[in-house]
Ligand binder design. Sequence first.
Ligand code: PLP
Length: 451
Amino acid sequence: MIDSRQQNSLVARSLRSVWHPCTQMQHHETLPLIPVSHGKGAWLFDTEGKRYLDGISSWWVNLFGHANPRINNALKEQLDKIEHAMLAGFTHEPVVQLSEQLAERTGHMLGHCFYASDGASAVEIALKMSFHAWRNSGRTEKQEFVCLKGSYHGETIGALAVTDVAIFRDAYGPLLQRAHVIDSPDARNAQDGESASDVARRAAKALEVLLQEHADTIAAVIVEPLVQCATGMAMYDPVYLQEVRSLCDRYQVHLIADEIAVGCGRTGTFFACEQAAIWPDFLCLSKGISGGYLPLSLVMTRDEIYRAFYDADVARGFLHSHSYTGNPLACRAALATLSIFEEDNVLETNRVKATRLTAALAPLVDHPHVTNFRQRGMIWAFDVGIDDADLAASFSRRFFSAALEQELLLRPIGTTVYLMPPYILNDDEIDWLAERMQSVLHQVLIQGRDT
Ligand SMILES: Cc1ncc(COP(=O)(O)O)c(C=O)c1O
């Protein structure tokens, strides 16, 4: 019997009135829905007081912990000044400072920032801008895009058109403009004797073959630099980005770097592209840029792209907008986030934390059910071998539930288990996380044997 307290619980009310994202809602007949009450540092707390270590930074957004005092204070101060003003015809200190600081981080190679709210909107902007920049230069035939196998760039119609994850894409296939899908440089594709850089060069060759034939009609290639996250943390060698950059130059095609998941220090450098010493023509940023506080996304562009739109003719301008474009609170959160990077020497301290966590996870390398243990910066992943197709299909949900029981928030992608923790874990938390994750894996594998 469900008593009236349970019926009116936050969970019951949520299931009656909220349509949750990326969820088959029927799964909540058995899958727990956690009513969050508050957060502190790396931890989320539910309404019963139970804690969960946020091992995936709440969908990869939260860099410096929940309720971070420095970001909180910055937002409180900003609230008393201006919460929002439209960005067409107006400007404000937070958006200017943020654009200046980000441009500075690219050595002014990417000199202008265009703002939106979610990652997918930034991808839409980059695609539209690329097409429109070519059009303004008289190259109206450049209308196509190239993406990688397993790419993920968001759920809106344009972003989904350059996304190659069947579960997100297939239902909407008839609505999507077709993109060229080319081989991924995923290091797991190595054939006998091939190194990660060999795989990357081989994948770049496939792009070259495509461009030789179709460059005239292709506007841009879009990539997730170094790690294709949503397809299951596919990691690849930076040489791929160098090869793609030089092919894009040679064949006059734009390069869009979607750093929505991998930017802001996640792969070890502030921008992932820095590890290949290249700059794209468009760089998309979101998620971590606001410290995980507020929806904020942006597209940074080279000045020649900006100039292609600069004209007396209104229609040659980029007439895209969103109501909350450049929201001052979101930009202030981003500025506080960038300050923490500087004040705490975050990229350096992350290296030390990453070494410790990798060492603590070392037993997984030889685990009989684990393959492809991999790490880049503050991302760890491994694939779990499960022969039974039904058990493999339910692995992610079973792992998620088992992890919650052990005070951990982890959501595997298929049978790939990954960690993307916030950057503020202390040594005890690192050791605890590594030990608990291995214990959850053990529990789920044992359960699988019992069923
Ligand atoms: C690489 C990449 N691009 C785009 C997106 C879409 O961002 P959003 O969910 O904020 O629309 C994501 C989200 O996970 C992503 O990982």
